[in-house]
Design a protein around this ligand. Structure first.
Ligand SMILES: Cc1cc2nc3c(=O)[nH]c(=O)nc-3n(C[C@H](O)[C@H](O)[C@H](O)COP(=O)(O)OP(=O)(O)OC[C@H]3O[C@@H](n4cnc5c(N)ncnc54)[C@H](O)[C@@H]3O)c2cc1C
Length: 459
């Protein structure tokens, strides 16, 4: 979408905000418009790097007055390319990095420009953590607003289960403080409903003691038996153990045997939130599945779960997300067969066993409703150009169709640009209706539409 934004609006904004307005005339424009995915090349008319809620109010009013398409960005990891726009305005909160930790009260107010890694490192200095996802550079806003499934999901639940309050600027420019007692409808909606309801400037999170933690990478050879066995063991494990199992060709790494690269492996990240002895017992069934090709699981600070990342890494990938009810021998065989049949440089079936604390929250308590889902699966392949993209896309969709079971839901934060049906899959019946009604009240003109969109209810 291309919009014409009068120069007057942009220069007026430059003069009236504390943060910065970056346009194509600025030397850091290319840097400012770059998002994580390598194939998202949009050229916004202006990227507004806000410094506070007042800046957000001003930026929203310019978007409203000019009719420019508005994108909102925190960590820039949207797999659908939603954190940027062609010709429109981006509100970029990534310069807002305040964090106030109440160590005794075990809560924190966090600005939404923080990444999961930055928050986790700072909270880790007190032996405390809130659970986010598997990648440190993901922004707090995007992951939290969609739900948040990570290394503490079975022990402490989703990120939104630790969300206590938020400050949000709505489409009419009001700055609202929301929690269970203030705007409870909005507080419900932002716990899973994504960026549909306004720009969140800060969150208040609950923190947990993670001073006893064991985690790291465990690489096992992947066969149908080990894949099914891994899921069985991870499902039977205590809540303290959360795992992310990537079934994929082994990347070349200095610590794996010479003949390992390109063989299919389970590259698992294992996270045990509890005492070291109990961790050893809980992880033993995984280690016993086969002789590990690498075993780097050890007691460590929780924050080490996020290794350093290369900020210039911008992969091009096609991806699909789904839930499975089970990974029995037949399903595991399908997974191994599909991965073996592809020659994409990187291809993966990522399996996350859910349950535990996440599943004990009633489905209607938050806008993330997939509390009973058993296993989340993310399928992905890297591609190298438009022709290759079509090949990889066909592979990933065939793979998904082959795996499909009874659970037809989807986790919104992993849904790509796949159309309305997939947004509906993220928000089953009553959740969808309630979200639409709340959207009607807080954003009746659908100003916040560059997202996995929930259109306002009519009437
Ligand atoms: C490599 C990678 C690993 C991932 N791992 C996990 C994982 O382990 N667990 C998991 O749950 N998810 C994971 N995700 C998905 C991730 O949670 C979503 O892509 C999330 O939306 C990214 O948040 P962001 O702030 O980085 O992205 P952005 O692209 O900045 O934002 C995504 C969307 O969130 C909304 N948004 C952003 N900032 C604001 C704001 N301040 N106020 C209101 N709305 C806002 C907008 O609608 C925007 O389009 C992963 C994604 C990637 C690319």
């Amino acid at each position: 979408m291309t919009t014409t934004i009068p120069d007057l609006s942009i220069s007026g904004l430059r003069d009236s905000i504390t943060g910065r307005v970056v346009t194509a005339d600025d030397t850091d424009y290319d840097q400012a418009r770059t998002v994580t995915l390598g194939d998202v090349e949009n050229r916004p008319a202006a990227i507004i790097k806000v410094a506070n809620a007042a800046d957000v109010v001003r930026a929203i009013s310019v978007a409203r007055d000019t009719g420019a398409e508005l994108a909102v960005r925190s960590g820039g990891h949207s797999g659908a390319g939603h954190s940027t726009t062609d010709g429109g305005i981006v509100i970029d909160v990534s310069d807002m990095k305040g964090l106030a930790i109440d160590v005794d009260g075990r809560t924190a107010w966090a600005d939404t420009g923080l990444t999961a890694g930055e928050y986790t490192t700072l909270a880790g200095e007190h032996g405390l953590a809130t659970g986010f996802g598997d990648t440190g550079s993901v922004g707090l806003a995007g992951i939290t607003l969609g739900g948040g499934v990570g290394y503490l999901v079975r022990k402490f639940g989703l990120t939104v289960d630790d969300l206590l309050a938020a400050e949000i600027v709505t489409a009419d420019g009001n700055v609202l403080q929301v929690d269970a007692d203030h705007h409870p409808d909005l507080f419900w909606a932002i716990r899973g409903g994504g960026g549909n309801f306004g720009v969140v400037t800060r969150f208040r999170f609950r923190l947990h003691d993670v001073s006893d933690f064991t985690g790291g990478m465990l690489i096992l050879p992947a066969t149908a038996e080990t894949v099914a066995g891994f899921i069985e063991a991870a499902t039977a494990a205590p809540d303290e153990l959360s795992t992310i199992a990537n079934v994929m060709p082994c990347p070349p790494m200095p610590f794996v045997p010479e003949d390992a690269p390109r063989k299919l492996v389970i590259l698992a990240i294992v996270a045990y939130a509890g005492k070291a002895d109990a961790a050893t017992a809980a992880i033993a069934p995984l280690r016993a599945l086969a002789t590990p090709l690498a075993d780097m699981v050890h007691p460590s600070p929780y924050s080490e779960i996020y290794p350093p990342e290369d900020p210039d890494y911008h992969p091009m990938a096609v991806a699909r997300t789904m839930f499975l009810d089970r990974v029995d021998d037949d399903t595991a065989r399908l997974i191994v067969e599909h991965l073996t049949a592809s020659d994409a440089t990187m291809r993966v079936a990522q399996l996350r066993v859910l349950g535990g604390a996440m599943a004990r929250v009633p489905a209607e308590a938050t806008a993330f409703a997939h509390r009973a889902s058993k296993i989340m699966v993310n399928l992905a392949a890297f591609y190298e150009g438009p022709d290759d993209k079509a090949v990889r896309e066909a592979w990933v969709t065939d793979f998904m169709t082959a795996l499909e079971q009874e659970d037809k839901g989807a986790y919104v934060n992993f849904v790509a640009d796949e159309g309305e049906d997939r947004v509906r899959a993220a928000y089953p019946g009553p959740t969808w209706d309630r979200l639409r009604e709340i959207k009607r009240r807080y954003d009746p003109d659908n100003l916040f539409r560059r997202n996995q969109n929930v259109p306002p209810a009519e009437g």
